[in-house]
Each structure stands twice: as structure tokens, then as C-alpha cells.
Design a protein around this ligand. Structure first.
Ligand SMILES: Cc1cc2nc3c(=O)[nH]c(=O)nc-3n(C[C@H](O)[C@H](O)[C@H](O)COP(=O)(O)OP(=O)(O)OC[C@H]3O[C@@H](n4cnc5c(N)ncnc54)[C@H](O)[C@@H]3O)c2cc1C
Length: 226
């Protein structure tokens, strides 16, 4: 997959955000359409300038190999992609980020995280592509927990097994749409599930949210395919 940098607050790639000149031109168009002056041109903060509260939980040595507790990882896993998420991200508002982010590479590492977290009364939230529009990946400090972990599944993105006769496959939950299609495509197969967020959402996220693939016809829901 591409190593192109994703926007930490908005949809898609960081380099797609229009520059100041383009945003000014957009403001002028809006003025013509809506009839009022656009408010002052604002810019999002640099990710390095955002200050987070301290992590409330230590990273145990047994998990340290696949955990990140740096601010950038915590910021990138704080919100989904609803308008209110974009608004808060654009304004550098991150009051309740996850305390750290785990990137398990295997089922046994997931088990290790869940065992530790349940023992320590720490909440764990799976994070697929982070395209939720209903706050599904956001920690809000609710519940009686000592801390919150974001469980990022991006390292578990492989198609493990394909049965060409029955047209079925075993696929890890963290595979993004393009990743799983590329692997199925080697055998001339497709999952044929195309939500509008296809590029940045994952199989696990689709199943958890019972996604609808509106770019296809007939069997469009993930429920039809699992
Ligand atoms: C621009 C845009 C277009 C969109 N288009 C569509 C569309 O066409 N159709 C549609 O249905 N939705 C759409 N969505 C919503 C969103 O993309 C879907 O809900 C998608 O299924 C989320 O997948 P994700 O991998 O990003 O999951 P995330 O946002 O990371 O997670 C969503 C929820 O699922 C849970 N979760 C994630 N992975 C797992 C896992 N492996 N195991 C257990 N729980 C897990 C998370 O904890 C969270 O609660 C769109 C969103 C945006 C921003």
C-alpha cells in the first residue's frame, strides 16, 4: 500500500487539502451563492503543535513491542470522520484521546491486549479504517475505566485462504478495501463490496457496522457476503 500521508483530521490524503489560495476562491464562490461574507480563513494546526493530556496508563513491557503511546498515534486514533470529528480535529480539540494505540500482528497479540486490559479495567476499542461517522472509534471517558486503548488492526490485513471452488475466503479484519481486492484479484475474484469509503475502510469495520456498498447493485450489504 502507499505510504502517502493521510490527513490526521480530515478525509483522505494530507496533500489533497486545498491551499490557501484555493480556499479563498472557494470562499468567494460561497459568497456569490449564499450572499454573505465567508468568515476569516482558518487553517488546521500542525499535528506537532497539538497538546494532549498525559497518558493515564503505563505500557507494560510484555506489550511494548506493538504499542505506540506517542501523541501523533493518539491523535490519529481519537476520532472517526463525521463532520463533528473533522471540526474538532481542524480546531485542534483533542480532550479525550486514547491513552495508547496497539497494532497487533496476530490473534495472540490481540488476546494479550484484551487479557491485560480486562485485568486492569482499561477499555479497548477496535479501530479499522477510522471512517466511522457515529463516534464508533472515539474514547469519551465514559464507563468505569482507568484508561482507553485504541486497537488498530491495520497490521492484520491479509487474505489467509481462498477456496476457488466455493468462492469463499478467510480474510483478516484489518484489510482495507483496496488491499483485500488486490489479494483476491490474483485469483480473478472480488468481494464486490463497495461502500463510498472503500479506499479507507476495512473488512472488520464493514462487518461491525453492517456496511452497505452503494457502488454496486443487487447484493450490496456486507451481510450478504459473510
Ligand atoms: C466519506 C464516507 C463515506 C462512507 N460511505 C459509506 C457507505 O457507502 N456505506 C456504509 O455503510 N458506510 C459508509 N461510511 C461509514 C463507514 O465508512 C462505515 O461504517 C465503515 O464500515 C467503517 O469501516 P472502518 O474500517 O473505517 O471502521 P472504523 O470506523 O474503524 O470502526 C467502526 C466501528 O466498528 C468497530 N470495529 C472496527 N473494526 C472492528 C473489528 N475488526 N472487530 C470489531 N469491531 C470493529 C469500531 O470499534 C467502531 O465501533 C462512510 C463514511 C465516510 C466518512
Amino acid at each position: 500500500m502507499s505510504s502517502r500521508e493521510r490527513s490526521f483530521w480530515g478525509w483522505g490524503y494530507a496533500d489533497r487539502f486545498p491551499n490557501e489560495e484555493a480556499r479563498r476562491a472557494l470562499g468567494t464562490q460561497l459568497k456569490a451563492l449564499l450572499g454573505f461574507e465567508p468568515p476569516m480563513l482558518a487553517s488546521p494546526p500542525g499535528i506537532e503543535s497539538i497538546r494532549l493530556r498525559k497518558s493515564r496508563i503505563h505500557v507494560p513491557e510484555t506489550l511494548a513491542d506493538f504499542v505506540r503511546a506517542d501523541d501523533e498515534a493518539r491523535i490519529r486514533h481519537a476520532y472517526g470522520k463525521a463532520y463533528c470529528d473533522l471540526y474538532r480535529g481542524f480546531n485542534g480539540q483533542y480532550p479525550t484521546p486514547p491513552d495508547w494505540v496497539a497494532f497487533p500482528r496476530s490473534e495472540s497479540e490481540i488476546v494479550a491486549i484484551l487479557d491485560w486490559a480486562s485485568d486492569q479495567r482499561v477499555a479497548v476499542r477496535p479501530f479499522g479504517g477510522g471512517t466511522s461517522v457515529v463516534g464508533g472509534v472515539e474514547n469519551r471517558d465514559d464507563g468505569d475505566f482507568r484508561g482507553a486503548i485504541s486497537l488498530d488492526l491495520s497490521k492484520m490485513n491479509r487474505v489467509l485462504e481462498i477456496d476457488e471452488h466455493s468462492h469463499s475466503a478467510r480474510i483478516q479484519a484489518g484489510a482495507l478495501g483496496p488491499e483485500l481486492e488486490a489479494q483476491l484479484g490474483v485469483k480473478g475474484l472480488t468481494l464486490r463490496h463497495y461502500p463510498q469509503s472503500f479506499e479507507f475502510s476495512t473488512l472488520g469495520g464493514w462487518i461491525a457496522t453492517r456496511a452497505g456498498g452503494h457502488f454496486a447493485t443487487l447484493y450490496t450489504h456486507i451481510d450478504d457476503l459473510v
